[in-house]
Design a protein around this ligand. Structure first.
Ligand code: AP5
Ligand code: MG
Length: 215
């Protein structure tokens, strides 16, 4: 039972790879971004606090995201957990350590996806998804086979994330550099960090991650 962190800047492919690992290995994807978007959509107190912060591309408070992870962690006891977009600060890394230790668990790998910044902007600003089933698409890499119709469920409605515009993406990247990258030495010192070239194709990145998990 593996516990892994997928770390990387916005658009690095964390969600893409986590969804694949969930499907292929039965692991559980714990994405704080997805949890926060669900809270915003449902209009919960957490969602009301997070909405404007996310639209600016800044980080939501450590207490909120750590609580969200704590609520979901017990789902991933048997199968293992993929932490997608968490931790993002030193405090969150400490919170994760504690949450895992309380359950007799520990981190196996911190996988850093490395991608250059112009590629990230291109990936993110082109991204959209089916409003009904959530299937992911992209203006440059993956349009629906029939224009305007979801390949998976046939819906004709699509959506884009409100934080997927160039200005907000630049803020999200600055937040990553300022607050998230500095936690890498903490994990490096314990020999947990494995680096993967996130510029490679989705399948090549997947193969590199599989080699780490099976190694
Ligand atoms: P979050 O939802 O985590 O967003 P993010 O980190 O900015 O990352 P993304 O989800 O945009 O990218 P991704 O790495 O998942 O890439 P994807 O697979 O989609 O967070 C959103 C906001 O919530 C934050 O800004 C913050 O406000 C808040 N938040 C969340 N967690 C928080 C925390 N812990 N603490 C505080 N605040 C928090 O791929 C992107 C695109 O590229 C897709 O179109 C995909 O198809 C394509 N693609 C993927 N891989 C490849 C490839 N290898 N080659 C070509 N295209 C690819
Ligand atoms: Mg994501």
């Amino acid at each position: 039972m593996l516990n892994i962190v997928l770390l990387g800047p916005p658009g690095a492919g964390k969600g893409t790879q986590a969804a694949r690992l969930e499907k292929q290995r039965g692991m559980i994807q714990l994405s704080t971004g997805d949890m926060l978007r669900a809270a915003v959509a449902a209009g919960t107190p957490v969602g009301r606090k997070a909405k404007a912060i996310m639209e600016r591309g800044e980080l939501v408070s450590d207490a909120i995201v750590s609580a969200l992870i704590g609520e979901r962690l017990d789902e991933a006891v048997e199968s293992g957990a993929i932490f997608d977009g968490f931790p993002r600060t030193g405090h969150q890394a400490e919170a994760l350590e504690l949450l895992l230790a309380q359950r007799g668990r520990k981190l196996d790998h911190v996988i850093e996806l490395e991608v250059d910044e112009d590629e990230l902007v291109r990936r993110i600003t082109g991204r959209f998804s089916c409003a009904s089933c959530g299937a992911p698409y992209h203006d440059d890499f993956k349009l629906p086979k029939v224009a305007g119709v979801c390949d998976i469920c046939g819906s004709t409605e699509f959506k884009r994330r409100p934080d997927d515009n160039e200005e907000t993406v630049r803020t999200r990247m600055a937040e990553y550099r300022a607050k998230t990258q500095p936690i890498l030495p903490y994990y490096d010192a314990r020999g947990l960090v494995r680096r993967v070239d996130g510029m490679a194709s989705v399948d090549e990145v997947a193969a590199a991650i599989d080699a780490i998990l099976d190694g």
